[in-house]
Ligand binder design. Sequence first.
Ligand code: FES
Ligand code: FES
Length: 154
Amino acid sequence: MASLRLNGKTVQVEAAPDTPLLWVLRDHLALTGTKFGCGAGLCGACTVWVDGKPVRSCQLPLSRAEGKSITSIEGLEGPAAQAVQRAWDELDVVQCGYCQSGQVMSATALLASNASPSDAEIDAALQGNLCRCGTYLRIRAAIHQAARSLREKA
Ligand code: FES
Ligand code: FES
């Protein structure tokens, strides 16, 4: 039995220590907002936060997630998360949607540490999040819009 700090709560999970966190979230805890894309650390669809940093949950065994603070898309909250989600809606970023929870996790982490990211900083922060629908330009625009709205409220 493993104990996880997930989305602000402590949860118990019955799974082998080498089970990837992605499987724990989706199959054991029914948190299906985090997506399985490649399963090999290459696409970013499975991005969650570990201690506030974006991490590929398909590559993180349960044993190494224990004791850390995990945030999945279901637990994302706060001003940066709200600004990102509003900008995503206003600019109609989403196409098929499959990559988008990973994109939102990476975008929100970027804005939490950088109030005014440049195009190059956005591209660098999200380079591991692939989108087969090619929504990259709308993602970039939405991050700029979210950053602007956060600065106006600061
Ligand atoms: S599913 Fe984890 S990086 Fe693709
Ligand atoms: S919106 Fe379809 S994969 Fe990104």
